[in-house]
Design a protein around this ligand. Structure first.
Ligand code: SF4
Ligand code: SF4
Length: 310
């Protein structure tokens, strides 16, 4: 492909005259301005980048750019119009199509709804690939982007360590590994839909009860964990700490930390639950949540926790 450069200088008062008389860099600049007007997408978005690649491929833009300086006025007009027609047709075709740029897959993993239960039954999703966001933890609203404490638990696909990238997003080449079976939220939150074009937000979310509610012994353990290690209890302990009531705060925190730790051990050894599934059954360990709240908890060689402020 030839090196393309943006035209520097006065381009046009009338774009048709500029196209008629200008060289290929004038044409390129007018093309880029036209794309900016028609696409209405964030200049940095992956969807915009992929769309422009597709539009230029469909309209044979490289050939047009290469030929431009040698074209007659008539030929320039015909070829430009053909490019615009192809562009409009392709844009109409992909209006409601995900181009798989991955931008939304980097922002957060999807929250699962009841409609996604079949993905577990079909072995598309497994226990080790999801985790529970417990009541009171902070969650991101996929539509508004607001981060707020959640009032009911949610199940989410895991994210790659220390990132917000969905576990199922792979690079080189960029792709969703379960695209044909992606969860409801991924299918519905098509990025270029306007607010009024989106379906109503889902209300029937998947919870752990749908998986474990029919197993009384195991369910009783999960309920006991939810009560004893509740996020609300953790926050109360932190309030006591902030009020310098260290003894009472420490007693609560140690109780929670030990219960959380030893229940995980019990599920591993007695119930033979895979280690990777514990964040699904019990949510993330308290030791992982505490640093966000300014505390660090470490298990010592004596089998008890040591707490320190960060
Ligand atoms: S829905 Fe997501 S992956 Fe698909 S084009 Fe939009 S941002 Fe890219
Ligand atoms: S499941 Fe697929 S489409 Fe949905 S966020 Fe993950 S990688 Fe993206």
């Amino acid at each position: 492909m030839e090196q393309k450069s943006k035209f520097i200088g006065k381009i046009r008062d009338n774009p048709l005259i500029a196209l008629e008389r200008g060289n290929r860099d004038v044409m390129l600049t007018i093309w880029r301005e036209y794309l900016t007007e028609i696409l209405e997408l964030d200049p940095k978005s992956g969807r915009r980048r992929l769309l422009i690649q597709r539009l230029e491929h469909a309209g044979d833009f490289d050939k047009l750019y290469s030929d431009w300086n040698d074209l007659s006025t008539q030929e320039r007009g015909d070829r430009w119009l053909a490019l615009i027609r192809t562009t409009k047709a392709l844009l109409a075709e992909v209006k409601d199509v995900c181009l798989r740029c991955g931008d939304c897959c980097f922002q957060s993993s999807p929250t699962l709804t009841e409609a996604d239960m079949g993905l577990f039954q079909d072995n598309i999703l497994g226990w080790t690939e999801v985790y529970t966001l417990r009541r009171g933890e902070r969650g991101v609203d996929p539509r508004s982007g607001a981060v707020t404490p959640i009032t009911e638990e949610r199940l989410k696909i895991k994210e790659h360590a220390a990132t917000k990238n969905c576990l199922f997003y792979a690079t080189n080449p960029s792709r969703c590994l379960i695209y044909e079976h992606r969860p409801q939220q991924c299918r519905e939150q098509l990025c270029n839909r306007r607010e009024e074009e989106l379906p109503p937000p889902p209300t029937a979310f998947l919870t752990r009860q749908a998986f474990f509610g029919q197993h009384p012994e195991l369910w009783a353990l999960l309920v006991a964990h939810e009560e004893r290690c509740a996020i609300a209890r953790l926050e109360q302990a932190l309030e006591l700490l902030a009020a310098n009531n260290e003894d009472e705060a420490s007693e609560t925190l140690f109780d929670m930390l030990h219960f959380d730790h030893y229940l995980r051990q019990l599920l591993l050894t007695e119930w033979e639950i895979p280690a990777g599934a514990l964040d699904f059954l019990l949510g993330r360990p308290l030791t992982q949540l505490l640093p966000q709240l300014g505390l660090k908890a470490e298990m010592t060689a004596n089998g008890v926790f040591r707490l320190e402020r960060l």
